[in-house]
Design a protein around this ligand. Sequence first.
Ligand code: SAH
Ligand code: SF4
Length: 384
Amino acid sequence: MGVTLDLSRASGARPARPVNLAGLTREQLKAALIEAGIVKADKARMRAGQVWRWLHHFGVTDFEAMTDIAKETRAQLAETFTLSRPEVVERQVSKDGTRKWLIRFAPGIEAETVYIPDVGRVGALCVSSQVGCTLNCTFCHTGTQKLVRNLTAAEIVAQVQIARDDLNEWRAEPDQRLLSNIVFMGMGEPLYNLDHVADAIEIISDNEGISLSRRRITVSTSGVVPELVRLGEKTGAMLAISLHATNDELRNELVPLNKKYPLATLIETIKAYPGISNARRVTFEYVMLKGVNDSPDEARALVKLLKGVPAKINLIPFNPWPGTKYECSDWATIERFAAIINRAGYASPIRTPRGRHILAACGQLKSESEKIRASALRAMAEGA
Ligand code: SAH
Ligand code: SF4
């Protein structure tokens, strides 16, 4: 899905953009160093290991900092590759400690990343996988923005790197770190960009780098059935499903992708998710929309639908955005709904809204990026 434009090649005049090493898995890094003539095959593993540690353990942004690599080799690396971070165009901090960064990956290509304290073990980072989204769930702000393009693995990893820079965590002791979990719940549908998402997960979960356990990485999907099992096989990540309705008629309206992959097929496929068990449950997200999906009957239908699936339920109070036709359910209604779910054995399911006033809460993310014709992008890149 989406288009990745290689602007430099398209313009014909400029040299190819240097590859950003942050987006290469260990194997890809090894191959890239050999191909660039920086190291012979028999030494590639060792050299790639050194570069890897500087990149993903220490978070350096300059080859000069790699002091155990010879000066000439550092110069060679700098000629062929880059380590630079994309630009943070805007940084906001909410009263509750939520931080939001608007990141410019390339001219006209912007997306948001949000850090939420006290979620997960210590704090969770909500990353984007696409700029915009091809799907248009009716309650989601991102859904009103057309897909601009998929993010590359380097651009997904960069979101984690920028958060670590800002939280000052590269050299912090593991027990002092503020970032313990990653959720792919920012902009976009991760399963329409699975290859890049999987590479990024491999990179950020590597033990000698950012080292976030795959069990603390959750990928949220609106239900792209054909990619679900591949997600589990490729990444070992935890799965979250944006459910929001218990019957096809309503789900077709809220999550139009349901017309293609209806509930029965979706639930069947979830049961086959690799590694699913009571210790590794699937999270079902359910946004509370006033008068739409919040009745006690629907709470009971939800419990019935999930029977036999190792599940956790997250009730998400709807986060409003300008122009939406929906309202958030009343607190009493949410509590009544939660009580029915609790009685069925699901614990503390209401997710408190965070970062609402900086529009950093679930489904509020939207960047100004629009799908721009390649010619216009080229002109912007050349003028940049
Ligand atoms: N595309 C993926 C991941 C990004 S959306 C997906 O749909 O799962 C992350 C979560 O935010 C999803 O559960 C989504 O349904 C929810 N969400 C979207 N808009 C929302 C809103 N306005 N209020 C609350 N949750 C919302
Ligand atoms: Fe896309 Fe997810 Fe929003 Fe639906 S909820 S429009 S899949 S980002």
